[in-house]
Design a protein around this ligand. Structure first.
Ligand code: G3I
Length: 302
């Protein structure tokens, strides 16, 4: 196959991309995105600040722009993200305790109702663990509402849209030996044992010199899958875009039957949140980088 999406589809997987609504008027951008990818994540538009700027007043203008572009072009959509310490609107940042807990529940219900039956996977909770060696939860206003906030989010999400796969999503959890990975593993194991509804784990895979790719990523994916959840690579970008590393990540996903697919976090380097790292598959002029060819070849089995 000659595109990333079609090549991934050979094994029943998708190859997706983060789309920014503000770039949908750029025809170089949209023609690459439409040609190469068959799954879409809104880079910012489905986040809390964008969808509920005032408490109880939902706004899906930008989110629907991305959603409609994706669906009109035959792509599935990953929802990102419902409960997160970052990109909270100021009204939410100022809440705590039971009021914040209720606001989180209301937010999940409001956004999931709008997209009910239309989203393949939702990142229900994003980035709840601390970096470093503690293996602890990240301190945040949501965490301070009680350690059960994550399972409450998942139970709320399941009731709101039973058709969506519900994912927990995080970064620096690709290396099996890291404390953060182990902490996330123990949470998922506990959720499965207690029947908390979780279907998938998203590995963001933002690789750089401080958090480099390690070949034990495959072990990580396998171990999570063995708990009875699907896994996905949700925000892939690699500082310097080494073709070898990109191919290794693809081969890790392909080696794990429960790996649903891969999403890269932007189209061209100039579209990246860290464009100085030139981490993506396309140059600023829209031409394909060596990493693109490596990924395509890997998806094609070579
Ligand atoms: O919308 C405003 C715009 O009105 C203003 O003019 C402009 C000025 O800087 O800022 C715009 O907002 C920015 C937004 O991206 C849209 O471009 C924010 O400042 C900026 O902070 C925001 O960054 C996003 C970041 O998440 C915020 O946490 C990145 O685009 C986005 O790629 C990044 O994505 C995250 C994932 O959601 C979770 N995992 C990590 C990943 C990378 O940080």
């Amino acid at each position: 196959e000659s595109t990333l999406g079609a090549a991934a589809k050979q094994s029943g997987r998708y190859f997706g991309v983060a789309i920014a609504s503000g770039r949908l008027g750029d025809s170089t951008y949209t023609s690459i995105a439409n040609r190469e990818f068959n799954s879409v994540t809104a880079e910012n538009e489905m986040k809390i600040d964008a969808t509920e700027p005032q408490r109880g007043q939902f706004n899906f203008t930008s989110a629907d722009r991305v959603y409609n572009w994706a669906v009109q072009n035959g792509k599935e959509v990953r929802g990102h993200t419902l409960a997160w310490h970052s990109q909270q609107p100021s009204w939410m940042q100022s809440l705590s305790g039971s009021a914040l807990r209720q606001a989180m529940i209301d937010h999940i219900n409001g956004v999931m109702a709008h997209y009910k039956g239309k989203i393949a996977q939702w990142d229900v909770v994003n980035e709840a663990f601390a970096d470093g060696s503690s293996g602890a939860r990240r301190d945040s206003n949501l965490q301070r509402t009680g350690n059960d906030w994550i399972e409450v989010a998942f139970r709320t999400a399941r009731a709101a849209d039973p058709s969506a796969k519900l994912c927990y999503n995080d970064y620096n959890v690709e290396n099996w030996t890291w404390a953060k990975t182990q902490a996330m593993y123990n949470m998922v194991k506990d959720f499965k044992q207690r029947g908390v509804p979780i279907d998938c784990v998203g590995f963001q895979a933002h690789f750089n010199s401080g958090s480099p790719y390690n070949s034990n990523f495959r072990t990580t994916l396998q171990n999570f899958a063995a708990l009875g959840v699907d896994v996905a690579v949700t925000e892939l970008d690699i500082q310097g875009a080494s073709p070898t590393t990109y191919a290794a990540v693809v081969n890790d996903c392909l080696a794990v039957p429960r790996c649903l697919g891969i999403t890269v976090w932007g189209v061209r380097d100039s579209d990246s949140w860290r464009s100085g790292d030139t981490p993506l598959l396309f140059n600023n002029d829209g031409s394909k980088k060596p990493a693109y060819t490596a990924v395509l070849n890997a998806l094609n089995g070579g």
